[in-house]
Write a protein that binds this ligand. Structure first.
Ligand code: SF4
Ligand code: SF4
Length: 440
């Protein structure tokens, strides 16, 4: 059985959902005293700060200008005064520039904010270029680039990714329940201006209220339908969702648009709808704050740039944190410093106590094959690990290590607690570096 056949046959794993906040309406936290806006909040080159210390800014004022198409402008989420534009050591040794703004408590909206004039495809794309919207599933890919693939005329399906398969996180679920009309306006705008015939709203079956609401709201719309999917991690991974929603398999090394689909996260498409209605660029973010050390788990809407500490303090803690994760427990990133700011790609803050976050001790592989059977991409993580240890690029290529999506399933299921996923990620990077060298 080859990799693509195995992908067709399933994989993935059932994980405990821990979605206790699914029915918690979104709350707003009190305005923080200051916000910190990193210039890297997307996949491309960092933005260039376009404000100076002492300047007054408003909600929606541009503070970081995108230097290239793969970047996205950054806007202030508060009104107040810029107190610093300075470098910081941000996230695991990476440097960045930040704009720090002291809030004035007034939340005055920038007077230049007006709904964009959208009347054709070009004006739609031009509007998205200044919307501040990037992929909200965590990728941070600029949305104006995402919706303009070279083969746009071949796209027949817009997939709305509302799977939200990571345990604990319920922000997309709340987006469905609290902003269904913005979601539908965003979808209809994309279909209309991009010329895509139909949309599939994909939701896991552990979100019955969202399924019911979106089904009722779309039953008379021949272009939009709801696709209910099994709750199985990582259902929301791009290639997995495309296969399960449409039966199409993205070939190795190809983009998902090559099989005629475009995929947008549900909060991304909702943000498009909100921006088209108001002209306010993306300045706030919904977060699920949960984990066994959080006293009052919540869904919060926060200004982008608020600190992790402000968010956690609002919800309270029951014990000293052993680990703080931004994102979900499977693919999220452990944080070194609670003063780090929330960025526009973030969708959760999870705080775990010392006991539950203790690192397991790895023991020798017992050749049980669970990592192989559960890999959603049909890979053989244990063999990839062995090839990486031997720095065998040819074998890594044969094992298709490049197809790994970093979902963490192999580590999760391994009874020997072997850290397979991080090793496969290293193997993937090694293979890429080696292939690039070969091409030179
Ligand atoms: S992390 Fe990579 S190798 Fe491991 S299960 Fe996920 S896709 Fe497969
Ligand atoms: S799941 Fe763990 S113990 Fe089982 S084959 Fe894979 S690496 Fe070995």
């Amino acid at each position: 059985m080859n990799v693509l056949q195995r992908l067709l046959s399933g994989g993935g794993v059932r994980v405990p959902h821990h979605k206790d906040t699914a029915n918690y309406p979104t709350e707003h936290i009190p305005l923080p005293k200051k916000i910190v806006l990193p210039m890297s909040q997307h996949v491309g080159a960092p933005c260039e700060p376009c404000v100076k210390k002492g300047v007054r800014v408003y909600v929606g004022t541009m503070v970081g200008r995108a230097p290239s198409a793969m970047s996205m402008h950054i806007f202030s989420s508060v009104s107040g005064k810029v107190t610093a534009v300075e470098p910081i050591l941000y996230k695991a040794g990476r440097g960045d520039m930040v704009v720090i703004i002291e809030t004035d408590g007034l939340q005055t909206v920038d007077p230049s904010i007006t709904p964009p004039d959208v009347h054709d495809r070009e004006s739609f794309i031009a509007a998205l270029e200044v919307s501040g919207i990037v992929g909200m599933g965590g990728a941070g890919f600029p949305t104006d680039i995402k919706v303009t693939p070279k083969n746009l005329s071949e796209i027949d399906t817009l997939i709305i990714n509302g799977a939200e398969c990571e345990p604990y996180l319920t922000t997309d679920n709340r987006e469905f329940l609290e902003c269904p009309d913005s979601i539908l306006f965003g979808i209809r705008s994309c279909l209309k201006w991009l010329g895509i015939p139909s949309a599939l709203i994909c939701i896991e079956d552990n979100k019955p209220a969202a399924i019911d609401l979106m089904t009722r709201k779309t039953e008379k719309d021949p272009q939009i339908s709801v696709k209910v999917l099994e709750s199985r991690y990582p259902q929301g991974a791009q290639n997995v969702l495309i296969k399960n929603a449409t039966g199409r398999i993205v070939p190795r090394g190809a983009r998902h648009t090559s099989v005629g689909v475009m995929m947008l996260n549900v909060t991304t498409v909702s943000s498009i709808g909100k921006f088209l209605e108001t002209g306010m660029p993306l300045v706030t973010k919904r977060l699920t704050v949960a984990g066994d050390a959080i006293e009052n788990p919540k869904n919060l809407e926060v200004p982008i740039g608020v600190s992790i500490d402000d968010v956690v303090n609002y919800c309270g803690t029951t014990e000293e944190a052993g680990k703080i994760i931004i994102g979900g427990p499977m693919m999220g990133e452990a944080q070194m410093d609670v003063n780090y700011p929330i960025t526009r790609q973030n969708n959760g803050v999870l705080v775990f106590g010392k006991k539950s976050s203790a690192r397991p001790i790895a023991t020798p592989c017992i050749r049980c094959g669970r990592c192989v059977n559960s890999c959603p991409m049909g890979l053989c993580p244990v063999d990839i690990r062995n090839a990486y240890v031997e720095h065998n690029a040819q074998e890594l290529d044969r094992l298709m290590a490049d197809l790994c999506i970093g979902c963490g399933t192999c580590s999760y299921v391994c009874p020997a607690k072997r850290p397979l996923a991080p090793t496969v990620t290293l193997a993937k990077t090694f293979l890429k570096t080696h292939s690039n060298r070969e091409k030179r």
